[in-house]
Design a protein around this ligand. Sequence first.
Ligand code: 6PG
Length: 254
Amino acid sequence: MAEQSKEVYVEPSVEQATGLASKFVKAIVSEAVGRHGICYLGLVGGTTPHGLYLRLASDGCSGDVPWQNVEVFFGDERDVPQDHVASNYHMAQRTLLDHVPIELMHIHPMPADSEDIQGAAAEYEKAIRKAVPSGDQGIPRFDLILLGMGGDGHTASIFPNTEAVSETEKLVAAYHVPVLGRNRMTITFPLINAARNVILFVTGSDKADAVAKLLDNDPEARADLPVSRVNPAKGNFKIILDAAAARSANLKYL
Ligand code: 6PG
């Protein structure tokens, strides 16, 4: 598949990168609501988005974001209860969802702590298929999917050298992640790459090596990074970095 052109933004600081990401998120949400009355949004977990969600929550209260027309799903989740400190839902709830006027029925936590995690993943996929209109590939098209990246190049919970990397049928997968010793539930590349907009938001020097590989002109250099498979063929792909995350990348060919 042709390589989708990606837009790479490097900001001097985490705060400035967060401000740019917030600006793009708000613009995409507003555009989607203007276009079809709702924004289907996939939230990212981990720690990087804390600041972004807090920024959106504070800006959002100014009324310039139509949060009441947003429907939220999650890109991945840990196998912990929703009120656990490690839960991506719990993090998003504390930093964003409790502070903006999104209806509870439009917030869909991922049930990754289910006893039947495979069945729960299949149910979550059904919920996405029911709520989010599909594109011409018959795959639901999110208006925006937010992603982060680990130092090993994982994104969502698609970890290197796992079955999730090459999943082409399931839109939501659940599996045991050997490197973590835990189960994870995650959206997969078919769903990610059907999105209208994908924003990959990465900060910190601990991600610099993976970012350098991801942005390397040589496809071989990034072949072992799951995040290198993010390629929304009919969508817009933005990579937002701070200088620390970009410090080893060769940006001149971008
Ligand atoms: C998760 C995330 C994951 C995250 C990366 C980066 O559940 O952890 O969805 O993909 O984006 O692991 O995590 P940090 O932002 O904590 O560095």
